[in-house]
Design a protein around this ligand. Structure first.
Ligand SMILES: *Cc1c(COP(=O)(O)O)cnc(C)c1O
Length: 388
């Protein structure tokens, strides 16, 4: 695949392997092992002297290799590794590159906060948490030699936008690595690697899978930086399954059309909610008066499918609205073809105290919406009915 090939074309064609029977796409290689004619041939593959497939837990299976090549192409990366979940990807990333200390800069996914705050410190890794606005704190930790900076942008649920290029430049100046969780944006709306990030990860469970029917994760970057993650993946056995890899590849072929339609739907819903008498605030990067709008316009090519509304009347009223929605389903997760709603204070940020939530700008009246592929008019009608 030529590097200048456009994203939609890459989604359909990148990474597909030739098949002896003429299948247009890589079939599912539902096998745990691969046989060899001679011991010498097997040794060549084990020693890395020749390419080949070997054992599925090692990721050496055509269905896995194929989806990894497609994933790498979507983020303009040299290589990608696919995992059994987003958290499996993050665990390997932190263990492989967090030995010199990790800074979590800004808001992060609940599972990410849990492993960073509770599990990794127990293994002796130094983990620091900074508000996204604390540039001085970041500079101080980088000067002290911290090795890995980790960010998400846009964040959940307030959709704050971090300046990837600016953070990458500061990180690089100190010889540290920058890893970006690009799950909320998807590769259609944002590519952190060309902006200077070293590693990018996705919960493929969300937009990349896109149908709420698979759990997977991935990390993209240089082959050199990914090598130690591959070792952890092999030892944990947290490799993506061949069936899931094939299902993910199937989903990636339609990624661009899905995400662009979700961007447009979310923009329409956000605009309809602005000025609604029962809605105190609408947080969406595509709204011109949103604080991160200018930065998002620079670093993203679309504003994404997630928006947060703050319902007038606080937590009880937000629960009433969420429970009254008929089309939009009450469920955690995001990025699928169906629209979902959650109240952050009872789901993703449930483990924080109300003071901690307040400090992060998360109010009880907030509802986070993951906008799917239904007709925008139907989604707006559902929200207006539930609000009214
Ligand atoms: C869902 C999610 C994860 C974790 O992915 P799983 O597949 O559930 O393990 C990580 N980061 C973000 C931003 C997510 O939304």
């Amino acid at each position: 695949m030529k590097p200048q090939t456009k994203l939609s074309t890459l989604c359909v064609h990148a990474g597909e392997l030739e098949d002896a029977h003429g299948s247009p796409h890589t079939p599912i290689y539902q096998t745990t092992t691969f046989r060899f004619k001679k011991t010498a041939d097997l040794l060549d593959v084990i020693k890395g002297r020749k390419p080949g497939h070997l054992y599925t837990r090692y990721g050496m299976n055509p269905s896995i290799v194929s989806v990894e090549r497609k994933l790498a192409a979507l983020e303009q990366a040299e290589a990608a590794l696919a995992f059994a979940s987003g958290m499996a990807a993050l665990a390997s990333l932190f263990l492989a590159h967090g030995r010199a200390g990790i800074v979590c800069f800004g808001e992060a996914y609940g599972g990410t906060l849990e492993i960073l705050s509770e599990q990794l410190p127990g293994l002796g890794l130094a983990v620091h948490f900074l508000r996204g606005s604390d540039s001085d704190g970041l500079e101080r930790l980088l000067a002290q030699g911290v090795g890995l900076v980790f960010i998400e942008t846009p964040t959940n649920p307030t959709l704050e936008i971090a300046d990837i290029a600016a953070i990458a430049a500061r990180t690089k100046a100190h010889g540290a690595l920058l890893a970006v969780d690009n799950t909320f944006a998807s590769p259609v709306n944002q590519n952190p690697l060309p902006l200077g990030a070293d590693l990018v990860m996705h919960a493929c469970t969300k937009y990349l899978g896109g149908h709420s029917d698979l759990t997977a994760g991935c990390v993209m970057g240089s082959a050199e930086l990914l090598a130690p993650l591959g070792t952890w993946r092999r030892s944990f056995g947290s490799t993506i399954a061949p069936e899931t890899a094939a299902l993910l590849a199937r989903s990636l072929r339609t990624l661009v059309v899905r995400v662009r339609a979700q961007n447009a739907n979310a923009q329409a819903v956000a605009e309809a909610m602005v000025g609604h008498p029962r809605v105190a605030r609408v947080l969406y990067p595509g709204l011109p008066d949103f604080p991160g709008h200018a930065l998002a316009s620079r670093q993203m090519s679309g504003f994404g499918g997630i928006l947060t509304i703050e319902v007038v009347g606080g937590g009880d009223e937000a629960v009433r609205v969420a429970d009254s929605l008929q089309l939009i389903m009450l469920a955690p997760s995001l990025g699928g073809v169906e629209s979902l709603v959650t109240q952050p204070c009872t789901t993703t940020h449930h483990s924080l105290t109300s003071e901690e939530r307040h400090a992060r700008g998360i109010s009880d009246g907030m509802l986070r919406l993951s906008i799917g592929l239904e007709d925008a008019a139907d989604l707006i009608a559902d929200l207006e009915r539930a609000l009214g």
